[in-house]
Design a protein around this ligand. Structure first.
Ligand SMILES: [Zn+2]
Ligand SMILES: [Zn+2]
Length: 134
């Protein structure tokens, strides 16, 4: 079996690389339509699945349960998620970057990307909470 990639995969991947932010499958589909790309929603889902398997893109679950996709080259994968207002705050500095390289090598595991997700209350929501309890 040939491993040649359908051009739809390349379209989706190129779009995510240029986008430099996360997007869910539905919005990605709409954006591609807006740019005149003839690509169906089912094809978009299929492309995302394959690209994720290849380690070209990353997937993250948003607090409202939607899968968000972005290119793995785009290092914005660490978040503080507020369970109250559902805001995701990006952590700019990776606290573990490079620190585990040797350990991964010892596990003989090839890492494509990693994510870090923390869940709790943001500053605003903590203040609201404190106000409610007083
Ligand atoms: Zn909040
Ligand atoms: Zn990191």
């Amino acid at each position: 079996m040939s491993i040649r990639q359908p051009s739809s995969h390349k379209t989706v991947f190129d779009f995510l690389k240029q986008l430099q932010r996360e997007i869910d499958a539905q919005d990605l589909y709409l954006e591609l339509q807006r740019r005149g790309k003839k690509i169906g929603l089912a094809t978009v889902y299929r492309a995302l699945k394959t690209l994720h398997k290849q380690g070209s893109i990353q997937e993250r679950m948003s607090t409202n349960g939607k899968s968000l996709y972005s290119a793995t080259s785009f290092h914005q994968q660490h978040h503080l998620n507020c369970l109250h207002c559902q805001r995701s705050i990006v952590i700019d500095n990776c606290p573990i970057n490079g620190k585990l390289d040797r350990w991964f090598q010892s596990q003989e595991f090839k890492v494509y990307y990693h994510t870090l997700e923390f869940f709790g209350l943001c500053t605003d929501c903590q203040e609201q909470e404190a106000f409610r309890q007083s």
